[in-house]
Write a protein that binds this ligand. Sequence first.
Ligand code: PBG
Length: 323
Amino acid sequence: MKPSTFRGRRLRRTPALRGLVRETRLHPEMLVAPLFVRPGTRIREEIGSMPGQDRLSVDELSRQAEPLLEAGVRSVLLFGLPEDKDDEGSGAWADDGIVQTAIRELRRAGGKELAIIADVCLCEYTDHGHCGVLRGASVDNDATLSLLARTAASLADAGADVVAPSAMMDGQVAAIREALPDTAILAYAAKHASAFYGPFREAADSAPAFGDRRSYQMDPANGREALAEILADVEQGADVIMVKPALPALDLVAAARAHTNLPVAAYQVSGEYAAICAAAERGWLDRRAAALESLTAMSRAGAGILVTYFALEAARWLREMDR
Ligand code: PBG
């Protein structure tokens, strides 16, 4: 048999050649920085399980716009920690709710150039920590839909550019679409019941008080079902499709890219972030190289939007590499 003439190493010889044939490049504009807003003023409260991330009071949050824009990051995703919680999560749609207030302040304080994405879910606002209202011990899908639509409407009214339903209730995109014909919806379309959300639940104080989320979030074992979820959200009027978590679900990022014509986002979740941070702290991984390799893999799989707690850092690394 004739030896193959393929020799991959010819084009790997120099940095210039590698740059010439590189298929995937990250850009700060692709990055979305998740931010946690809490009550109070002048507070930056460190999140233990997410080194480098803080719960910010409204004033500190709006101060954060400057370094982000300076580094080239133009999008944020907001999560709120309300003063009080109740059984239906009414803090989520309060006109003076924590995220509504943060959005207005962020807009006022120079965040005009930012794309503001607001998470739409009830788990941070319910005293039981589930993503919808309860009927007995289970989450009532249809009773939750109107509350999610109401939450999305109040976030849009406060000035959110994009609303991002993450509750995994069936029909949530349609319910929001009907209430908000002109607001973009970033749908957490395929969201697994993942072990990688652990640090977030500490950050957002949103761990369920009993049970788990497996009756509404997807079984990580299922890929075809994930595609069905993605197509359902397209059908219901989503503008952007998100897959979450990211590295454990790159096949679904690729499937979303192949089967829809919408922008696709990947969410590198809290546990993916924390794992890299922890290994880097021990000297077991190079933080920068591991973070950028992971983000590049998400992009290679087909995501044009990367939601990541590394956003600010990564944007700065990319700028440095440009020089
Ligand atoms: C709210 C929500 C969660 C995350 C994003 N939106 C938590 C959950 O579903 O339990 C997780 C994000 C992360 O881990 O970074 N439902």
